[in-house]
Write a protein that binds this ligand. Structure first.
Ligand code: HEC
Length: 153
C-alpha cells in the first residue's frame, strides 16, 4: 500500500471505530437510563443519624422492636424507616406497605421472618426485587422494618 493511502485508510479507520464505540456507549447508557427510569427505583440514601451503628454482621432479629436490644430507639427508627421506605420500597410495595397485590404485602411478615427479611432486602430476588446491600446498611434496613411493623394492623 502506498504510504498516503495507508495513512488515509488508517486515518479513516480510527474515527469509524470511534463511531462504533460511541454508539455502543449510547446504547448501554440508553439501556441503563431506561432501567433506572422504570418505576423510579433509583435507591435513595437513608439518613440513619442518631441510630446505633449495627455493624456488618447480620442480626437475626429486628433490634428496634419493643423488647429487643435497641428498643429505646424505636420511635426514631420508625421515623427514619418511614422516609427510607418511602424512597426505596413504596414504589413497588405500596404506600404504608399496603400492597396492590403485585408484590408481597410486607405487613404479612411475622417476627420469625426477620432473618429472611434482611436476606431478601440485601440480596433481592430474580423475580423483580432489587438488591439493596450496596445502598442501605443494616441499620437502615431494620429501621425500614420497624416502620413496616408500625403500620401493620
Ligand atoms: C422494583 C420493585 C421493588 C422494590 C423497589 C422493592 N421491592 Fe421488595 N419485592 C419486590 C418483588 C417483585 C418481590 C417478590 C419477589 C419474588 O417473589 O421473588 C419482593 C419481595 C420482597 C420481600 C419478600 C417478601 C415475601 O413475603 O416473600 C421483602 C422482605 C421485600 N421485598 C422488602 C422490600 C423492601 C424493604 C424494599 C425497600 C428497601 C423493597 N422490597 C423494594 C419488588 C420490589
Amino acid at each position: 500500500m502506498p504510504p498516503l493511502t495507508h495513512a488515509l485508510a488508517h486515518g479513516l479507520g480510527t474515527p469509524a471505530r470511534n463511531i462504533v464505540a460511541l454508539s455502543l456507549v449510547c446504547l448501554l447508557l440508553g439501556a441503563s437510563t431506561t432501567a433506572l427510569g422504570h418505576g423510579d427505583v433509583t435507591p435513595q440514601e437513608v439518613d440513619t443519624k442518631g441510630l446505633p451503628d449495627l455493624g456488618e454482621a447480620p442480626l437475626m432479629e429486628n433490634p428496634f422492636r419493643p423488647g429487643n436490644q435497641h428498643d429505646d430507639y424505636h420511635e426514631l427508627a420508625v421515623q427514619v424507616g418511614e422516609s427510607g421506605y418511602g424512597g426505596n420500597c413504596a414504589v413497588c410495595h405500596g404506600i404504608q406497605a399496603m400492597s396492590g397485590g403485585l408484590t408481597p404485602d410486607l405487613r404479612k411478615l411475622e417476627e420469625w421472618d426477620d432473618e429472611y427479611y434482611l436476606q431478601r432486602v440485601s440480596n433481592g430476588t430474580e423475580r423483580g426485587m432489587p438488591a439493596f446491600r450496596e445502598n442501605l446498611d443494616q441499620t437502615a434496613m431494620w429501621a425500614i422494618k420497624t416502620y413496616i411493623e408500625s403500620v401493620t394492623p
